[in-house]
Design a protein around this ligand. Structure first.
Ligand code: ADP
Ligand code: MG
Length: 397
């Protein structure tokens, strides 16, 4: 699909996305810069992506009429959130090229399948996930309680629909495990051994229809209360050998399932000398990722540019980072005062700092923990970027 072209039916080159959140919004911006029209399928009339797209189909993600309209408007379709029903992607793929494929999204939607996938690639990727057990039945609960003391203390995670630390409970004893499973509704879960993390990092990979693959250098991520808070993206943020290992592992994890699109693979760095010391793979997201937002301002092609290129079958070139970068997530908390009243922060002071790039997603309502925007800081030196990041963080409280 070339920008500016029309298809046999005379429709202008249009790229479609399921979901209207900030990832969709940044994809739409990248597509439009290349001259594409865009279509967003999202029920919320005020969604970040719907507000900036040429077309906004306001139906639920599984509405047959809405999906037919999307397929009719677009030459290629992607998704911006991983909990879109895999069956929907499968249906759309009958009509149009859809990337990522339903099968890849289905793996990322389910921690049990995701871990099985990581295990299947371990020989090639060279990394394993944290020791874990599947917990779907009362009998499995008892077996884990009796036979897997090695997994405690651990984290019980729902297999599906968990994000930003939601759907997780930390447990120390077999009794706490039983109580936690009940609290999570006795749904399918995995119990993961708690590992002594020294860092977390992620890798963004873009893989085309022809199997060509490019990747960004791994970035280091800091979470607060289960939500990404800061991403450090510069040489020295991670030990070079570890970064190279993570990058190669992510490429192997994408290649193993013939993935098409942008994939983010998240890793733990576990304390050296401990039993599982080194790199451990945690999870993957079948889309651009919050930890890759810095690529918009610090690289010659962003994760969204590469998503557009994979969708449209355009050439993929290895992206080059031209500046060290730190990204600060802007959560709704920044908008809320001590009385929980919403107030627009004073951006003037933040924007007076050198090398700050403010991205706001157009969300009207601030809530604690809600991703409202992000701030990327770039500059000629790592030290300079770190200094400005500290100043910006202080201004934002
Ligand atoms: P989510 O889908 O919510 O991002 P994760 O599995 O990434 O779930 O867990 C959220 C955070 O909890 C991780 O980023 C990490 O800080 C911590 N965490 C998760 N699993 C483990 C583990 N096995 N050992 C130590 N910390 C963990
Ligand atoms: Mg995570």
């Amino acid at each position: 699909v070339f920008p500016g072209s029309t298809d046999a039916a005379g429709r202008p080159a249009t790229l479609g996305v399921l979901g209207g959140g900030q990832l969709g919004r940044m994809l739409v911006h990248a597509a439009q810069r290349l001259g594409y029209r865009t279509a967003v399928l999202e029920p919320d009339p005020q969604s970040p992506a719907g507000l900036v797209s040429h077309h906004h189909i306001q139906t639920s993600y599984d509405d047959p009429t809405g999906l037919a309209q999307l397929a009719d408007l677009c030459q290629a379709i992607t998704t911006e959130f991983e909990n879109v029903p895999a069956a929907v992607l499968h249906t759309l793929a009958q009509a149009r090229p859809v990337a990522p494929a339903a099968a890849a999204v289905a793996i990322a939607q389910d921690r049990i399948e995701e871990k099985a996938h990581f295990a299947a690639c371990a020989a090639v990727s060279g990394v394993t996930c944290a020791p874990y057990a599947v917990l779907e039945t009362e009998a499995q609960l008892q077996a884990v309680q009796n036979e897997r003391p090695d997994l405690l203390p651990g984290i019980l995670k729902t297999a599906r629909l968990g994000y930003d630390g939601k759907g997780q409970i930390r447990v120390k004893t077999a009794e706490e495990l039983a109580a936690a499973w009940a609290e999570l509704g006795s749904v399918a879960c995995v119990l993961e051994k708690m590992l002594p993390l020294t860092a977390e990092c992620s890798v963004l990979v873009a893989r085309g229809w022809d199997g060509q693959v490019v990747s960004f250098a791994p970035q280091r991520n800091m979470h607060v209360a289960g939500i990404l808070a800061v991403t450090h993206a510069y040489e020295g943020a991670l030990p070079p050998a570890l970064a190279e290992q993570a990058r190669a592992a992510a490429v192997a994890i994408a290649g193993h399932i013939g993935y098409v699109g942008v994939l983010c693979v998240e890793f733990f760095v576990v304390a050296d000398g401990s039993e599982h010391g080194g790199l451990v793979v945690n999870e993957m997201a079948p889309r651009p990722h919050n930890s890759g937002h810095y690529t918009i301002d610090a690289c010659d092609a962003s994760q969204f540019d590469l998503q557009v290129r994979t969708m449209a079958g355009l050439p993929l070139l290895p992206p080059r980072q031209h500046s060290p970068a730190i990204m600060l997530n802007l959560l709704g908390d920044v908008w809320l005062d001590t009385q929980d009243q919403q107030q627009e922060p004073d951006w003037t002071a933040v924007l007076a700092l050198p090398g700050t790039h403010l991205h706001l997603y157009g969300k009207q309502q601030a809530r604690a923990g809600r991703k409202m925007g992000h701030l990327t800081i770039t500059g000629p030196t790592v030290d300079g970027v770190r200094t400005v990041a500290r100043q910006a963080a202080a201004l934002l409280g």
